[in-house]
Design a protein. Structure first.
Ligand SMILES: Nc1nc2c(ncn2[C@@H]2O[C@H](COP(=O)(O)OP(=O)(O)OP(=O)(O)O)[C@@H](O)[C@H]2O)c(=O)[nH]1
Ligand SMILES: [Zn+2]
Length: 386
């Protein structure tokens, strides 16, 4: 495979000769922007090419792959399936250490239905998945493909076809190409968020209110901060870091405590000296609404919240609370009284420069239907309910 350097793959080459010195390099996409393109392609069902130390592979996500594209991929070489260690465990494989990814050969007769079953996409169909003999430990390409899928709220299972001819194919077909390590490094770094708009909003809880909308620099999902009442930002501010729950916040689901927690937090702010609600769009602890519904179907067959996430291949909590710390900093809030039962929220805010002067317990909305959900929070996720 010829070593290839391309602005489409590596970004602009700032060390090249004088003729490139005049290129408007600021116009070229940065790593975080190329990552969003890659993610967009994979969500569409388009294959991409990932590179790792002289290796190249075509990569597509099992969930978004179509029959015609799968047939074309399988014709390109020996197709493999990459699954997270959680999904491998659900299929009956031996336990794998954190960070490891299962890499298995696709049986020659495997079709898209078989792949979807292995990926966990037919949990409620009664189909029985089977253990897959691993080929070897997954490479950086397998890891990048499954980690990126989790961040895109897609089942973390990928079809991977190693390429002998390198990324030339990608360039002639117009496929997006990226280095695997750049995918994982960029994901780990997280995105910076800036405030894009603010406006007053009178609310049922408080006539005085203001909404601030934040957008990540990579063009991803927006989040909001809601001032309830008129908090004095020079004093410790009552803050709720709330993750979106469409079913609980909007539909009044009895399966969780999110809706009552949201309303209790706003009532406490309105009834006191005001406060700030950070509403983070991290539905289903980051797995998204579609997967949360898959998890709910699995919970009806006996799994708890954590087991259901893992059965689908996801980590049990994918939320990035660094976003909350950034939003507080942009609002000029340094000291907070944090309304939560989750010590991880306190820990991450503290590690990212927020002075959490007090954890304020927030218990509301216990129902017979959410008893097991709350028990699992206490037993497996470290929540404090005392
Ligand atoms: N994956 C998954 N997510 C769920 C389930 N039930 C609720 N959620 C999500 O869990 C999150 C709960 O968010 P929070 O209430 O902010 O957080 P918390 O970690 O419970 O901590 P607290 O601050 O103590 O409430 C929301 O994103 C919900 O959508 C479930 O069964 N499975
Ligand atoms: Zn909820």
């Amino acid at each position: 495979m010829r070593p290839l350097r391309s602005a489409a793959i590596d970004g602009p080459d700032l060390t090249a000769g004088p003729e490139t010195a005049t290129l408007p390099v600021a116009l070229a996409p940065r790593a975080s922007e190329r990552l969003m393109r890659l993610k967009g392609d994979l969500r569409l069902g388009l294959p991409v090419i990932l590179l790792d130390h002289g290796e190249a592979a075509l990569v597509a996500w099992a969930e978004t792959l179509t029959e015609d594209r799968f047939a074309a991929l399988a014709a390109m070489g020996r197709a493999e399936l990459a699954l997270t260690r959680h999904r491998a465990r659900a299929l009956g494989s031996i336990a794998m250490p954190p960070g490891d990814v299962l890499r298995a050969a696709l049986p020659p007769t495997a079709g898209l239905d078989w792949i979807t079953t292995q990926a966990g996409g037919v949990a409620d169909s009664g189909a029985t998945p089977c253990p897959l003999p691993p080929l070897a430990s997954g490479s950086a390409i397998h890891r990048a493909a499954t980690t990126l899928a989790q961040s895109a709220q897609v089942l973390p299972a990928a079809v991977i076809v190693p390429l002998r001819e390198g990324p030339d194919l990608a360039l002639s077909l117009g496929l997006t190409v990226m280095q695997a390590h750049e995918v994982t490094d960029t994901l780990a770094a997280g995105a910076h968020h800036d405030r894009v708009s603010s406006a007053p909003l009178p609310m049922a809880a408080s006539d005085a209110g203001r909404v601030h909308v934040f957008r990540p620099e990579d063009g991803g999902i927006e989040h909001s901060a809601i001032e309830v009442g008129t908090p004095d930002l020079s004093q410790p501010v009552l803050v709720r870091l709330h993750s979106a729950c469409f079913t609980g916040d909007v539909l009044g689901s009895l399966k969780c405590d999110c809706g009552p927690q949201l309303h209790a937090a706003m009532a406490a702010m309105a009834g006191g000296d005001g406060g700030v609600l950070l509403y983070l769009n991290q539905e289903g602890r980051g797995i998204g609404l579609a997967n949360k519904m898959r998890a709910y179907a699995l919970q009806d067959s006996g799994l708890d919240t954590v087991e259901a996430n893992q059965w689908l291949g996801f980590d049990d909590d994918l939320r990035d609370f660094r976003t909350g710390a950034q939003m507080l900093a942009r609002l000029g809030i340094q000291r907070v009284r944090l309304m939560t039962n989750n010590p991880r929220k306190v820990d991450i805010l503290t590690r990212h420069g927020v002075d959490v002067v007090e954890r304020v317990p927030l218990q509301a909305g216990r129902t017979p239907q959410n008893e097991r959900y709350l028990a699992t929070k206490a037993a497996k996720s470290g929540h404090i309910f005392t």
